[in-house]
Design a binder for this molecule. Sequence first.
Ligand code: SF4
Length: 342
Amino acid sequence: MKKNTEKTNYLRSIAKFARLRFSIEERKAAEIYPFLASNYYLGLIGKDLKNDPVYRQCFPDARELLRKKELLEDPLAEEKQMPTPCLIHRYTDRVVLLVTNRCAVHCRFCLRKRNWKDGNDLKDISDKYLHEACKYIKGHDKIREVLISGGDPLMLETASLKKIIDSIVKIKNIDVIRIGTRMPVVLPSRIDSKLVRMLSKYQGLWVMSHFNHPVELTPESEEACRKLVKAGIPMLNQTVLLKGINDNAKILEELFRGLVKIRVKPHYLFHVDPAEGNIHFRTGIAPALEILRKLRPRLSSLCTPVFAIDLPEGGGKVPLLPDYCRGGRFLGINGREIPYFI
Ligand code: SF4
């Protein structure tokens, strides 16, 4: 596969931020999980660096070195659920196709940190693996949906991505293709007219973005989403709940309202998976549900994503809601308990 090198204007070394005086532990964390960010994304960082939501999402933290037996390199057992290389089959009706392990930003909370840790080889799916994955999908007619993921699939050249989509749409049992990407957030210039034209040709194709904080909603990122939506491509967004970054009802309200305004539906809000190197981003379930409880009276269902945890051992996603029922009485929007006749 050809690589998308047209806009690779990245900072690959934290040495460029030497004035920040990184600690030995932070440097060690960056040795294990290499730093990578687009100049555009770094440009969103404000003055209060260590509390900045963008800074914290892409700069190393000493706590990435913490190890516990519950934290795993592959917390969702994805590698065990791969019938062919690059293809995860967990749910009956859908699969995830990993087409690259390259990204425009190395997000410090990433579930698949294992794919880019220790300077792992950066590579795209080979023709052989794509062929094997398509053969498997064809042979399992209950599979109706393919999520193209990675890494970031939009790191591929538009022509290479088209080749992958073309191979999938030929499979008769496939109705829907989703592309999971952080590009509208971290490198919005990647959403160029050539890419949008190509994607808009496919019926049943959805783009899933990954906005985590309202500061990521800039004129550039909003324009990138607008281009996709205007071309008829429906968009959903996934947010990861990140401790100290967006674990606050006011911040999430602003983010979800901002997304709906540009016609991007907040789809999922995920608790951070128990992956090695991510522990400091985990909020815990009870505080997360408390945030949701505060959001409920403030936001319409259009603005409200499903909060979910992804179970270890490949157990799948479980949606969670605050408990509104207390022995036949239900919690109303003003916090009053009201009986309900059944
Ligand atoms: S862009 Fe996605 S795959 Fe890449 S580091 Fe960020 S979260 Fe992980």
